[in-house]
Design a binder for this molecule. Structure first.
Ligand SMILES: C=C(O[C@H]1C=CC=C(C(=O)O)[C@@H]1O)C(=O)O
Length: 357
């Protein structure tokens, strides 16, 4: 199949409400494809239940009835020889909720709401996010957009996924949550954002602290599993037009049966939620004003016996029938300013917006 045909096949799979993901790992030339023929992926309500499971995971930021943890158990892995499900057969209509529209004035209010507990010292870090809805052009093709993103962002994990339960999502993320095989495992702490127009990036105290908090948190969570990782960083990485600070954690995982428990301990990291963990998660759920659904969740292949490649769902959008909803957030500390954080979300939204145009 040539590129054009593959795109058309992906678009038809979405129209037929199939249960699939196509994803391209950083640095790999060819995307991988997984599809479960019967449209009934395994639905779980707890990340810990991923222990001993295998399949392609789509996990939300917060598990709810309308955003379950989804596990696609593939019976097709070759896009060129896939059977397109017939219309309506076992069909469950995707829940297509339109996310709330955000304006700058709403963001200002929310920023101050989030900033208050940071200024008082009650909470140390909070990630405030928002979404942006744009019209879906008639000529828009999810399949073509996937291949365009894969070409434009060779160093990111690029994916297109559709299930009847989640609807359609497309993204390009630089953040590994957990990856590895055999005895070589890896996670990263990724935070801090700059705009490397000149190729020269300098990091201020706010960004260094923001990333350091994520690093300390990850180390603490790994240590609770008696894991002593090798640590490398922080160093600067590029993700599209942005730069971030990254620290690598490499370790061995003698007991693969605990992967679900480890994911539960890691997610959501303060790169997408905040600190203290429970308090920040609760605060976001109550005050952010919209449901993030699968944005800032995680996704990818979970295969303890072969290779696991799970990424945090950043720089993504939900593809609806009439609209595309783009998501972005940024880490707030007491020293944050509304102007800078707004600018950061605007820049992050461009990762997907530039694919659609
Ligand atoms: C929450 C997002 O990014 C995270 C990852 C890298 C840098 C971040 C930051 O600088 O705030 C965020 O922690 C997002 O892209 O929506």
């Amino acid at each position: 199949m040539i590129g054009e045909e593959k795109s058309l096949t992906l678009d038809r799979l979405i129209e037929r409400d199939a249960c699939f993901a196509i994803y391209r790992l950083p640095g790999e030339p060819t995307p991988r494809f997984v599809m479960q023929g019967d449209r009934h992926p395994l639905l779980l309500n707890d990340i810990g239940a991923l222990n001993r499971q295998q399949g392609f995971v789509m996990a939300p930021f917060r598990v709810t009835d309308s955003s379950p943890l989804i596990l696609i158990r593939p019976d097709f892995t070759d896009l060129d020889n896939v059977t397109i499900p017939s219309a309506g057969e076992n069909g469950v209509k995707p829940v297509e909720k339109d996310a709330k529209r955000y304006r700058r004035a709403d963001y200002n209010l929310l920023f101050h709401r989030f900033h208050k507990p940071l200024l008082s010292g009650e909470i140390e870090k909070l990630v405030l996010s928002r979404n942006k809805r744009i019209e879906r052009e008639e000529t828009f093709s999810p399949g073509k957009s996937f291949f365009k993103a894969a070409e434009k962002y060779p160093r990111s994990f690029v994916y297109l996924l559709h299930t009847p339960q989640s609807g359609t999502w497309l993204g390009s993320t630089p953040e590994i949550l957990l990856a590895g095989s055999h005895n070589n495992w890896q996670t990263i702490s990724l935070a801090g954002t700059r705009y490397p127009n000149s190729g020269n990036v300098s990091w201020d105290d706010k960004n260094l602290r923001e990333q350091h908090l994520v690093t300390s948190y990850i180390l603490k969570q790994l240590t609770s599993f008696h894991i002593s990782p090798e640590i490398n960083g922080p160093y600067t990485i590029k993700a599209g037009a942005l730069a971030h600070l990254r620290t690598d954690f490499s370790f061995s995982l003698p007991d693969k049966a605990v992967i679900g428990s480890l994911l539960k301990a890691l997610h959501p990291t303060p790169a997408v939620s905040g600190l203290p963990k429970e308090q920040a998660f609760q605060f976001i759920t109550e005050h952010e004003g919209y449901d993030r659904r699968y944005y800032t969740g995680f996704l990818g292949m979970l295969d303890p016996s072969a290779e696991t490649t799970l990424y945090v769902n950043l720089r993504c959008m939900q593809i609806g029938k009439n609209h595309l909803t783009l998501y972005a957030g940024s880490g707030l500390l007491a020293s944050s300013t509304c102007r800078e954080e707004w600018k950061e979300t605007e820049q992050k939204l461009k990762t997907m917006a530039s694919i659609v145009k």
